[in-house]
Design a protein around this ligand. Structure first.
Ligand SMILES: O=C(O)CCC(=O)C(=O)O
Ligand SMILES: [Fe+2]
Length: 183
C-alpha cells in the first residue's frame, strides 16, 4: 500500500520511483502503539503535542474515539480540523522526508491528539522512513526544474536524532534540513 501511494505521489512529481529509491525511502518501518487514558479535564492535558512525522509516509489506524486533529494551513494560527474515525479507514500522513524530497511541493501534515474526559483511546501508526544510514535531500530533477534547493542533504540518522532530541514544536523539526540564510 505504501508503495502504491508513493508511486502516485512520485508520478505527480514527474519522477520515477524505482526499486532502489523505494527501498531507500521506506527501509525502516516502525509501529507504535499509542494508548491515551481518559482525562477528567482534557483542556489541561496534552495527548500528543503538535508535530509532523519525520519519515516518508505514515499509515495510521485509529479506534472510534476521535481526537486526532490536523492543522489546516501553514502560517494560519490555530485552524485545526478533526480527522474523524471512519470504520475500516486508515489515515495517511505525509512526513517531513516527503516534504524535503519534493523540494517543498508536498507539505508534511502538522497534527496533534487531544484526549477525552470519558473514554481512553488507542491508535497504531506505522511509520515508513528511510534507514538512519540514508542521505535525504530534494530530488535532483526537482532542484533542476525549480532552480533552487529548498533543503540541504542530511543523513537521516542525524535528522532522527534531532527529531527525538527535542520536544515536539509544530514543524520546527524541518529546520534541521533548512539552509541557514541568516548568515
Ligand atoms: O494517535 C494518533 O492518532 C496520532 C499519533 C501520532 O501522531 C504519532 O504517533 O506520531
Ligand atoms: Fe504523528
Amino acid at each position: 500500500m505504501v508503495r502504491i501511494l508513493l508511486e502516485i505521489l512520485f508520478d505527480n512529481l514527474g519522477v520515477t520511483l524505482d526499486e532502489e529509491k523505494f527501498e531507500s525511502l521506506t527501509g525502516l518501518k516502525m509501529v507504535n502503539m499509542n494508548f491515551y487514558p481518559s482525562c477528567p479535564n482534557p483542556e489541561l492535558t496534552v495527548g500528543v503535542g503538535r508535530h509532523s512525522d519525520m519519515g516518508t509516509l505514515t499509515v495510521l489506524l485509529q479506534d472510534g474515539i476521535g481526537g486526532l486533529y490536523v492543522k489546516l494551513e501553514q502560517g494560519v494560527e490555530d485552524e485545526w480540523i478533526e480527522i474523524p474515525p471512519i470504520p475500516g479507514a486508515l489515515v495517511i500522513n505525509v512526513g517531513d522526508t516527503m516534504q524535503i524530497l519534493s523540494n517543498g511541493r508536498y507539505k508534511s501534515a502538522e497534527h496533534r491528539v487531544r484526549t477525552t474526559s470519558s473514554e481512553s483511546r488507542v491508535s497504531v501508526p506505522l511509520f515508513a522512513t528511510p534507514k538512519p544510514s540514508e542521505k535525504i535531500g530534494p530530488l535532483p530533477q526537482l532542484v533542476e526544474s525549480d532552480g533552487v534547493a529548498h533543503y540541504k542533504q542530511v543523513l537521516f540518522g542525524d535528522y532522527m536524532k534531532n527529531f527525538f532530541g527535542k520536544a515536539h514544536e509544530g514543524k520546527k523539526s524541518l529546520d534541521f534540513a533548512q539552509y541557514d540564510d541568516s548568515a
